[in-house]
Design a protein around this ligand. Structure first.
Ligand SMILES: Cc1cc2nc3c(=O)[nH]c(=O)nc-3n(C[C@H](O)[C@H](O)[C@H](O)COP(=O)(O)O)c2cc1C
Length: 273
């Protein structure tokens, strides 16, 4: 059976499904109706664009779950002014309320994040969501202990990133590693997935952008990310080993403070050609 079925009554033969296919697996038959050659079926990346873009709903892709195809006209138009303002006012949140996040909220967030783009639509992002803030504290401790070892070994990285300053701050009671966050999300993929870093970072960034709509905020946990890259022991603490690559870590929680102004950012450096 062909994985594409075309309703010849409603298909306008406009070719939009062909024009938008990322891997050019849709062809025209003798009567200019779209179809997929059998040999092209395994090259289809299941992105769903052909079906989603058809204004006449003339095309059905049999390998896609139909229940997931939401009618686009039910969605609200995005207003450029509002969205731009929203992007400008996304802030890294470093001070959180000691309030747990409902699992149902986090599940909703992951559901939306699964729509972020992935190379060749591979959708191989994996996540660890840590909801135990005591464990998050243990991770911060482990990162600080790893930093101390790096300082002792006179590692270049320790000097470059001034680990001593971070250790001092931590020992004075300031958790500069995970900021006493209630939750921590870690993005990773199988180590063999070559495009994993880009996919995972894009998805984490989209997750961060989504947080305020759930009254939450986030902050990249860069020092933890570095420690997870260099220390197999810390990686082991979150149940991962050399067969996995960690690409992102983000603290999540309910923001304690509100921002009243938009801080200045440098103008985008763009070379126009
Ligand atoms: C890859 C990356 C790692 C980061 N790591 C940390 C971190 O470990 N701790 C922290 O407080 N902020 C961290 N940040 C947040 C940046 O400091 C923040 O994005 C920057 O100061 C601009 O502030 P804004 O995000 O509110 O615009 C990180 C950001 C990125 C993109």
């Amino acid at each position: 059976m062909n994985i594409l079925t075309i309703n010849h009554q409603s298909c306008q033969r406009c070719g939009v499904c062909i024009a938008t296919c990322p891997v050019s697996v849709i062809s025209l038959d003798a009567e200019n109706f779209p179809y997929m050659k059998e040999e092209d079926e395994k090259r289809c990346v299941l992105c769903g664009h052909c079906e989603a873009v058809c204004s006449k709903q003339a095309l059905r892709h049999y390998l896609l779950p139909q229940m997931k195809m939401v009618q686009r006209d039910k969605l609200q138009e995005i207003n450029a002014e509002n969205l731009s303002e929203y992007f400008r006012n996304r802030r890294s949140i470093r001070v959180f309320l000691p309030k747990p996040i409902d699992k149902s909220v986090l599940e909703k967030i992951f559901e939306v994040v699964s729509y972020s783009p992935t190379g060749v639509n591979l959708q191989k992002n994996k996540w660890i969501m840590i909801c135990d803030h005591h464990f998050i504290r243990q991770l911060s401790n482990a990162v600080i202990n790893w930093m101390k070892t790096m300082i002792e070994q006179k590692a270049e990285l320790a000097q470059y990133l001034n680990f001593q300053k971070l250790v001092n701050a931590f020992e004075q009671g300031n958790d500069i590693i995970c900021r006493s966050a209630m939750n921590l999300v870690i993005g990773y993929t199988d180590a063999l997935h070559t495009g994993g870093a880009i996919d995972s970072i894009i998805a984490t960034s989209q997750l961060e952008l989504l947080l305020p709509s759930f009254k939450l905020g986030g902050c990249w946990a860069g020092y933890l990310m570095i420690a997870l890259r260099y220390s197999p022991d810390i990686k082991k603490m979150i149940g991962l080993d050399e067969s996995h690559t960690v690409h992102s870590a983000m603290m999540i929680g309910y923001p304690k403070y509100h921002y009243y102004k938009t801080p200045y950012r440098k103008k985008a450096e763009v070379k126009w050609i």
